[in-house]
Design a protein. Structure first.
Length: 284
């Protein structure tokens, strides 16, 4: 995966998880905005696809320290400033907390927390040099934790805290940090997460199956409806573009009506009322 053309355009951006969904749309959008986009992908097939969209593929599994180090080398070896890193790569591991093996918790946090932190650490020297910005793709799941979303929301809540802490650490040195908070978006996350949760459901004990049958049915119906009625990923890419271009980026960009309503509710509504609203939303 060699550099395409290191003479133009004049600034770099990095987008992780750019093979599909929000990352792919973001890479395409930022390339159209005029950036040289380094797009993190995990297969040669995905590399070929993104290359056709005028972005430079970089082999990047964010849980692989050597690949993260190679990305930092690639950025360091380029004379163009790094305007932004878009931390997008993510997975969804959904099951009731009682029934979710620790290895699966670790997998969720390895990608969604530690992998993202590894990318931030590796690229911080370049961001400090260029006074660039970190754009983390959060989620409404990082604001409200629905049942069966303990691991996913745990990781997304964690990244909310990491983003706040990071902003307060590096803003004095000219690096800004923004979180994009999308509601439901039509991507492969639903189908991939659905396959994971079906596998996890099969491994539940008979008692757990009985206890959580209603919840898992409601979870499937809810996520399938997100997969059908969610926003186009390009709408999220527009918000990322605004965060990358703004003279003074906002700390958070909420994308979608569902995200706006849920985020607002968390500030206004007591826990017990929110519990009832969440259950009603899931049809429980
Ligand atoms: N879809 C939604 O409704 C929604 C809502 C709010 C927030 N989000 C967030 O948006 C982000 C992107 O998700 P998406 O909806 O666009 O789903 P997606 O289409 O499944 O895309 C996920 C991307 O992450 C990559 N990825 C997974 N594990 C990785 C790893 N270890 N290292 C590097 N890349 C990895 C995938 O690469 P491979 O193709 O190689 O697996 C893929 O490019 C996630 O952080 C997600 O939590 C999604």
């Amino acid at each position: 995966m060699n550099a395409i053309d290191s003479s133009t355009p004049s600034e770099l951006v990095v987008v992780t998880g750019a093979s599909t969904g929000i990352g792919r749309a973001t890479a395409r959008r930022l390339a159209a905005d005029g950036f040289h986009v380094l797009a993190g992908v995990r297969t040669e097939a995905a590399a070929a696809e993104v290359k056709a969209e005028h972005v430079e593929p970089v082999l990047l599994d964010i849980t692989d320290e050597r690949q993260v180090a190679a990305l930092a080398d690639r950025v360091r070896g380029d004379r163009r400033p790094l305007r932004a890193v878009v931390n997008n790569a993510g997975i969804a591991v959904n099951a009731p907390i009682e029934a979710l093996p620790l290895a699966e918790w670790r997998r969720q946090f390895d990608v969604t927390v530690f992998g993202q932190v590894a990318v931030i650490q590796a690229l911080m020297p370049a961001l400090l040099r260029s006074k660039g910005r970190v754009v983390n793709i959060g989620s409404t799941g990082g604001k409200v934790a629905m049942p069966a979303f303990g691991a996913y929301s745990g990781a997304k809540f964690a990244m909310e805290a990491v983003s706040d802490s990071l902003r307060r650490e590096v803003e004095p040195f000219g690096v800004s940090v923004a979180v994009i908070v999308p509601g439901a978006v039509r991507t492969r996350l639903t189908e991939r997460g659905g396959a994971t949760s079906a596998r996890l459901a099969e491994a539940m004990t008979p008692e757990q199956c009985t206890r959580y049958a209603g919840l898992m049915k409601a979870f499937r119906a809810t996520t399938e409806s997100w997969g059908t009625h969610g926003l186009d990923a390009a709408v999220v890419a527009d918000a990322v573009s605004r965060a990358v271009h703004a003279r003074k980026p906002r700390t958070r960009y909420t994308v979608g009506r569902d995200a706006a309503v849920m985020t607002r509710l968390t500030h206004l509504v007591p826990d017990r009322l929110l519990d009832r609203m969440v259950r009603r939303t899931m049809g429980l």
